[in-house]
Write a protein that binds this ligand. Sequence first.
Ligand code: BTN
Length: 317
Amino acid sequence: MKAELLSVLRDADDYVSGQDLCEKFGVSRTAVWKGINQLKEAGYEIEAVPNKGYKLLSVPDTLSEEELKSIRKTAWVGQEIFYYPVIDSTNTRAKQLAEEDYPTGTLVVAGQQDAGRGRRGRSFESPQGAGIFMTLMLKPELSPVNAPMLTLVAALAVCAAIVKTTGRPAGIKWPNDIVMNGKKVCGILTEMSAQMDYVNHIVIGIGINVHNESFPEEIAPVATSLYMETGEHFNRAALIEEVWEQFEHYYAIFMETEDLSGLVKEYDAHLVNRNQIVKVLDPKEPFEGKAMGITPRGELIVDTWESRRLVSAGEVS
Ligand code: BTN
C-alpha cells in the first residue's frame, strides 16, 4: 500500500482525510496511520492535522520501489520496476530479467553499482546515492540492424530531461554522451541479444552523475555532475521519471520509421561536436574532419578535406 498511499498524497493539492484513505484502500485507520508512519521514517515529511488529514510537504532523495512507482506517469516504461540499494550492474540484472520472461519496459534502478560497466570495457563509477544508475529492458519488434540507433534516442531523452530539470544547457557528444560545459555528465551503454533477423532483447543502461562533488583524478578533467554544474541537488526519482517520459515521446517517433529521420533535426540541434573539427578514433585509420551532423541512421557525417565520410561506430574526440 505504501506506493499507492504516496501516489495519492503526491497527486493531492490539499489535505487528504484519513477517512478517504481508509475507504480508498479498504483498510482501517490504524493501517493508514502505520503506512504514514513508515513513510515518515523513510524521510517523507507529512503533516497531519486533526479534522483535515494528511499532506505531503517534502520528499527525500532516497530511491525505493515505492518512490519510483508513486511518481510514475509513463505509459509503458517501468510497468515493472526493480530497485536494488546495491547491485553489480543494472545492465547485467536487466539481461537476467529478460531471460526470466519479464516484459518489455521493465526498469532496473540501483542506488550503487559494484561493477558498473561503461562502453569499450571501461568501468563506470557508481558510488552510493551519488547518481542515477538504471537500465531499461526492451523486447522490441525491430530489425537488429536498426537497434543501435536506440542509443541515440536514449541520449536525446536524457538530454531533454536534464535541460528541463536543471534549466541549464546540455548537449550530446556523438553518439550518446551527455555533456554540460564540455564535461560528461551522463553515459549510456546499450547492449543487445539478437539472432540474424530477430531481437531477443535490448538493454539501455544510463548513468547520470547527480550529486557528486568531485571525481577520481583520472576522470576529473572530463567528468562533471548536475550538482557541480548548478550548485543544486536534484531529486533523482523525479529526474528518472522525466527521462522515461521523454524517452516514450522520442521512441514513438523512432518506431514510426525504425530510424532517426524524424529526430535528426532535434539531435543535431543538441550535438556539441557540430561544426567542430573532430578526431575520429578509428582503430584502423584515425582521421580528422568537420562534424556536420547525423544521418537518419545515426552515423556521424564528417567532412574531411578530401571527402565526406560517415562514421557508424567508434569514438570521436
Ligand atoms: C559510458 O559512458 O561508457 C557508458 C556508461 C553507462 C553506465 C550505466 S550505469 C547503469 C548501467 N549499468 C551499467 O553497468 N552501466 C550502465
